[in-house]
Every structure is written in C-alpha cells, then in structure tokens.
Design a protein around this ligand. Structure first.
Ligand code: MLT
Length: 336
C-alpha cells in the first residue's frame, strides 16, 4: 500500500513539474527579462541593446532590463549568463569577440557553443579606424606612415583582450604591418571618452560607437573596414579606397540563452527581436549610427549558431597564431 502511495506522490510531483514547466513556457514572460551586456554602459553593445530592448518590450509585454557585467573582454558577463537558470529570464548579449574570439584567448570555464543556445543574430557593425585629433595624419596612408615611423607603438584603446576592438586591432596590425600597444577598458564607451580627451591615440572601433564624435569633429576617421561606405558617414572612405584594400571586418552581434532553455521561449524571444528591427523607427536609429540589418533568413537561432561555428573555425587559428607570434612581446598581450 505505502509503495503505491509513494509512487502516486512521485507521479504527481513529476506531473506538476511538467505542468509548471509548460505553464512557464506558456505564459512566458510573466516578469521582466534581464539582458547581460558584458561591456560598459554607453558603449556600442549597450546602445544597440537599449534600442532593441525598448521595442522588444512592446512585443513581449515585459521590460528588458540591461545589466552591464564587465571585464576580461566580456567573458565575465557571458559566464554569468551561462550559469543562470534556463528559464528565458536571463539573456546573454554578445558578438564575434565575446562568443568566438574569447574561446581562443581565455581558459573560460564554460563552452561558448555547448553551454549556450543561440536566439537571434542582431544587426552588424562595420569597424572604423579613428584617432585623436592631435595625430599628425589626415589620410589612412599618412596614419600608417606615422605609425611605422613612431619610435614607440601607438596607444590603442580596446574593451579588453578578445573584445571586438582588440581583435580588430590585431587584424589591423597584421593587415597594415604596424605595431600597437593596447590599453584595455571595460568597454569602448569609456575608451572613446579617452580618445576624445587625447589620452590614447586610436581605436579600431565599431562605427556605431565613434560616428557621433566623428561628425562632431572631436576625433578623426580614416576608413571604414568594408567594401562600401556607410550612408551615415558618406565622407569616410572605405579601406579599399584609402589604401588598405581587403581589410574588411564587420562585427556581428547576437543573443543567446543558457542551454536547455525551452525551444518555444527561444522562438518567442527571436520573434520579439526580429519584430523590433523590422520597425522603421528602430531601423532608422540603427542606420543613423552606421549599423546594417542582416538578411531575414539569417535572423534565426540556427543562423546565429551556424555563423558562430564558421567564425570559430576561421578566427581561432588566426588568434592562436597571433598569440604564439606575440609571446616575445608578452608584456603587451598578457592574455594571448
Ligand atoms: C562595447 O560595447 O564596449 C564593445 O562591444 C566592446 C568591444 O568588443 O570592442
């Protein structure tokens, strides 16, 4: 008798868990959702997520709260998301740096592909080469000549080793045959403030971050790392036009959730994000800061997952090679 009562009790427990689970997925979201942005407030990642979050709230009926958890090229914030419950209430914002490059730079303690489920591929950002106004160069060729003739490496701001601005800096060094000294910040928002103040020499930055300061004349832009100019900065040439042909680099971003988050919650989040940037107001705000919207068929969880895998295969060997070549200058790249 007692065994059957116990069995019935276990069955009830299992059923209630199932019901609660399906109920939770059914009435998701029932309270605000937190997006962990692994870089400082006011920077490009934060700005993009705030624009999208505002519009996603309309679709989801619950607020999107931004939590800036910074440090170690974004790997600390991503780690926090990985360790969060798989219930759709904690989302990891990231990009090529945090969700690909960091896998080759740090011993993370989590697996960027296996421990997270992709939700949606977000708008992309071409990079822009910018310097403080005091740099004695007006064109990219003059900048390269200055960098090569300078007795000490120029101070280049980044959001930490493995971040988008760091990987772009390494790619720029490699493409241009120059040397840079990296100055890590908790995001390119604070790095840009120091560039405007003349504390550092340059940043290979996300266009969306620097474009307003370029327009205001507070910093100087040399080239967009793409084959086409951005409409919102028509005077800034492409690297092909400016004398560094083929140095194309666009930073894609995305949203992920802890693995095993219910599929229909992922679908709900994907739909809210896709609806957000289909909104003409959101599109205008993104385009105004130089951001491009990815094609509809890539906006799926699978689209992001596939891109992450392709870029891991492409970038990990390159980054590891940079690491091995730079060991003799380890003081500049302690993490690599
Ligand atoms: C930021 O928001 O600060 C950037 O995404 C950092 C970077 O990766 O360069």
């Amino acid at each position: 008798m007692r065994r059957s009562v116990f069995a019935a009790w276990i069955a009830t427990l299992a059923l209630s868990g199932l019901l609660i689970g399906s109920a939770r997925a059914d009435n998701y979201p029932s309270h605000p959702i937190t997006v962990i942005v692994p870089f400082a407030a006011g920077g490009p990642s934060d700005a993009m997520m705030r624009i999208l979050g505002e519009r996603m709230k309309t679709t989801l009926g619950e607020a999107i709260l931004i939590e800036n958890v910074t440090g170690a090229g974004g790997s600390i914030g991503v780690g926090r998301a990985v360790r969060s419950p798989a219930d759709g209430y904690t989302i990891s914002f990231g990009h090529l740096g945090t969700h690909v490059a960091n896998g080759a730079v740090y011993k993370l303690g989590y697996d960027l592909v296996a421990d997270l489920d992709p939700v949606v591929l977000l708008p992309s950002n071409p990079m822009i080469i910018v310097s403080k106004n005091a740099v004695p160069a007006r064109t990219l060729s003059e900048l390269l000549a200055w960098l090569k003739s300078s007795p000490t490496p120029a101070a280049a701001g980044t959001a930490g080793a493995g971040s988008g601005s760091h990987i772009a800096g390494l790619a720029f060094e490699s493409a241009a045959g120059v040397k840079l000294q990296y100055v890590p910040y908790r995001g390119t928002g604070p790095a840009l403030n120091d560039l405007v103040a003349g504390q550092i020499d340059l940043i290979v930055d996300q266009t969306s971050n620097s474009i307003q300061q370029v327009r205001a004349g507070n910093i100087r832009a040399y080239a967009i790392t793409d084959s086409k100019r951005v409409d919102s900065a028509p005077d800034v040439p492409t690297v092909d036009e400016a004398g560094l042909p083929g140095f194309h680099m666009t930073l894609w971003s995305g949203l992920w959730v802890p693995k095993d988050t219910p599929k229909d919650i992922i679908a709900t989040l994907n739909a809210a994000a896709v609806t957000a940037w289909a909104d003409p107001v959101v599109r205008f705000r993104l385009a105004d800061i130089g951001m491009g919207v990815v094609p509809r068929d890539q906006q799926t969880p699978e689209g992001l997952g596939a891109l992450q895998k392709v870029d891991a295969e492409k970038w990990w060997p390159i980054i590891r090679n940079w690491g091995s070549r730079r060991n003799k200058r380890a003081h500049l790249y302690p993490e690599l």
